[in-house]
Design a protein around this ligand. Structure first.
Ligand code: C5P
Length: 225
């Protein structure tokens, strides 16, 4: 029996990828499998938390627990709106989702036809809301916000930039230069606002998730007055 280090806590976790629809049948997407987010949700449930899992496209099945509430979303806007509402009453937010950063300027309400396009189809994209950044800027003193930094190069430099820009309490720096998407394995390091870092030596997403949940519980504990 694992220690209930998150008993009585409400944790919002995002998992999987959001998509940007182009027309009724096509979308821009990403390679997120949702494995890390689901592993985090499971670890938080085992630790006794009430979990709100906000999921985009995922390739794995969801845990089944009376303490889990799942909200399915497709677009970044939908995820943003679900996170905003859920975060209001939450102790922590873990943004493990691979959020689509851009979406088409114009959604085409009918299937785009090849014969209407010629040999090039131009799609203009605009930025979507940065959910983590918005939540980092509105979080209360007792709320913990965790983000991920999936990087292919300059891992620690980019991750610490993200920690500052997004005002997250922790950033999980994740080297995705070789085959992390869809894999059960990963290699991460955690950066905190007080400049301390945690080198996570575990190599599976399941074990890494458990470690991250322990760090979140410790962070919440340290906020107690
Ligand atoms: O800036 P970047 O997208 O690399 O940051 C990654 C972190 O920010 C992840 O935790 C991701 O879930 C979150 N994110 C977000 N909203 C976006 C883009 C990323 O919350 N539009």
């Amino acid at each position: 029996q694992a220690k209930q280090i998150l008993a009585g806590k409400k944790i919002v976790i995002t998992a999987g990828g959001t998509i940007s629809p182009l027309d009724p049948v096509r979308f821009l997407g990403n390679r997120s499998s949702g494995k890390m987010g689901i592993a985090l949700a499971k670890a938080a449930l085992v630790a006794g938390a009430e979990v709100i899992l906000i999921s985009g496209h995922i390739a794995v099945s969801l845990p089944n627990s009376p303490s889990l509430k799942n909200i399915k979303v497709e677009t970044t806007e939908q995820m943003f709106s679900a996170v905003k509402t859920a975060f209001l009453g939450a102790d922590a937010l873990i943004m493990a989702a691979a959020v689509a950063d851009y979406e088409p300027v114009n959604y085409i309400a009918h299937k785009i036809k090849k014969q209407d396009q010629g040999d090039e189809l131009k799609i203009y994209l605009k930025e979507t809301p940065d959910i983590l950044k918005k939540m980092g800027s509105i979080k209360k003193a007792n709320q913990v916000v965790v983000g991920f930094a999936a990087e292919t190069n300059n891992l620690l430099e980019n991750a610490s930039k993200k920690l500052q820009e997004k005002k997250a309490d922790m950033i999980v720096a994740n080297d995705v230069s070789h085959g992390v998407f869809g894999s059960d394995e990963d290699k991460v390091m955690v950066l905190r606002q007080d400049k301390t870092t945690e080198n996570i030596t575990e190599t599976t997403k399941v074990e890494i998730a458990k470690k991250i949940i322990v760090l979140v519980a410790e962070e919440l504990e340290s906020r107690k007055v």
